[in-house]
Design a protein around this ligand. Structure first.
Ligand code: SF4
Length: 258
């Protein structure tokens, strides 16, 4: 039988930006996503919900078979057990919410959103158009800058909430980690992997904000305060998860890409 080219578990520690992922053809989630027709990807389209329900039905059958093969009865739990684990999860999650990393992550979302919703970019682009019209700069130069700004905005928007979500998850994972998790080497502990993708997202966002600041000197003060917030978040994550960088992400750290 031909060896599968798929990378097991790659989607657990990625940034979920499938459109830009170099491993989309080797990831079960990426392949499933690409298999949906553009019609099926339309959230308002009946075909989308049909495709979603079909893939869930398939996943459920596979899960059931895998559980049986491993002698696990997924239906064997009591209401009390369920309630207890729900309470545990809520407690851990609430604690993570109150953690300074998450609080700063939330402050970053608010500050970032406020800036993105301001007229700063609109004014900048209007100014660039005026300069082109007045012959102060070339059309090509105006377009290049417009595209660079657009690129920075896409990166910032993609990671704006993702940083909080992954930081929160890393904190709940480490709080829930048991002896078995800590017997694994740091390169395989899931919370390190989650913290690593949070840190990668922070770094990419920092770069995008810094580029924006360079192109929009009039926004320097506002962007600097956002950059300071992100840098603080980066340091806090590094301090809380000092072994994050040693985690080996399947595909991204094993295949010499990305
Ligand atoms: S590994 Fe790539 S293709 Fe798979 S879910 Fe993550 S971003 Fe998408």
């Amino acid at each position: 039988m031909a060896k599968s080219n798929m990378i097991s578990g790659i989607h657990n520690w990625c940034d979920r930006w499938c459109e830009r992922c170099p491993f989309v053809s080797r990831c079960a989630v990426g392949v499933a996503d690409a298999a949906l027709s553009s019609e099926a990807k339309d959230m308002n389209n009946e075909a989308f919900w049909k495709a979603l329900s079909d893939s869930f039905a398939k996943a459920f059958v596979m899960l059931d078979e895998a559980a049986k093969a491993h002698g696990i009865d997924i239906n064997s739990f009591s209401e009390e057990e369920l309630e207890e684990s729900r309470r545990d999860w809520e407690e851990t999650s609430e604690q993570a919410d109150k953690h300074p990393i998450c609080q700063l992550g939330m402050d970053y979302i608010k500050a970032g959103r406020e800036w993105l919703e301001s007229d700063a970019v609109k004014h900048k682009l209007e100014g660039a158009i005026r300069e082109v019209e007045m012959g102060i700069r070339s059309i090509a130069d105006g377009e290049r800058e417009g595209l660079e700004i657009q690129e920075c905005l896409e990166v910032i928007q993609w990671y704006l909430h993702f940083i909080y979500v992954k930081s929160h998850r890393a904190l709940t994972e480490i709080a829930d980690a048991n002896d078995y998790d800590f017997e694994l080497p740091p390169s395989e502990r899931s919370h390190n992997g989650t913290a690593k993708i949070a840190l990668i997202s922070v770094e990419r966002s920092l770069n995008a904000w810094a580029l924006l600041m360079d192109m929009m000197p009039g926004e320097e003060d506002a962007i600097l305060s956002i950059l300071a917030m992100l840098q603080r978040l980066q340091r806090m994550l590094q301090a809380e998860f000092p072994e994050a960088q040693s985690f080996i992400r399947p595909g991204f750290d094993t295949e010499g890409k990305a």
